[in-house]
Design a protein around this ligand. Sequence first.
Ligand SMILES: *[C@@H]1O[C@H](CO)[C@@H](O)[C@H](O)[C@H]1NC(C)=O
Length: 277
Amino acid sequence: MGCGNIFFTLVITLSAALITYNVIISANAPLKSEFPGPSKTNPSIATTDGDGGFISVDPIIKMPLDRSKKRLFHTAVTSSDSVYNTWQARVMYYWFKRFRDQPGSEMGGFTRILHSGRPDRFMDEIPTFVAQPLPDGIDQEALKKIAPTWMNVSLAMKKDPEADKSFGWVLEMYAYAVASALHGVGNILYKDFMIQPPWDTEIGNKFIIHYTYGCDYDLKGKLTYGKIGEWRFDKRSFDAVWPPRNLPMPPPGVPESVVTLVKMVNEATANIPNWGS
Ligand SMILES: *[C@@H]1O[C@H](CO)[C@@H](O)[C@H](O)[C@H]1NC(C)=O
């Protein structure tokens, strides 16, 4: 499928260079027609101008106040041609369309950025831009600028027992956010934008379910995180094989967020033609 002027509006990069993150749009979340501006909300603004003292300007850009002109969100997702990336992109695009077609939706376009360099079998199913992989040795200016700080910040966080414990294996991802802020790379933040099962248990009025953590429970509905549960859903079980249709639902007592996630995957796989092939 072609892709001329696709990057014309606000782009949400749902998944950066490494697609370890996967996101689906929350089933129960009402798609609000407006994000509240800063006057109405109190976004968690993180500033790090304490000890280091080298931030002089708040790098976080506030939500524009003038929202009189409706601007649609463009969703972009980077993907390889692996089974693992592809099934997730198909589920995601299914839910994108479901929400785009609802009244008051602010969903604009959707682009899968396929960085294998070759069209695949899903070009007609998902709007796709085929990107050539970067040749080895190419310098990417922004990354080059940020990378040394990123490493230093990662090491500093790793050495801080409290930070290390709080961030665990996603520490470098947070370090990246800190490093990019230190270099003045701005982001528009919106509080309560997404949830992460199994840690966030309720959907509330969040917009996105971000599923990266495995969900393991015993049959009484108790979380056994880090230990394979009697019931489990972990996207990494399906890195080389397609998840089957109709995944087993979790036992009673498992939180709404996890139940919704599995339901949404099941609804998508039930409705996408030729699933699993
Ligand atoms: C990273 O840390 C090293 C060692 O302390 C230092 O020499 C270097 O200047 C730091 N780089 C950046 C970009 O902060």
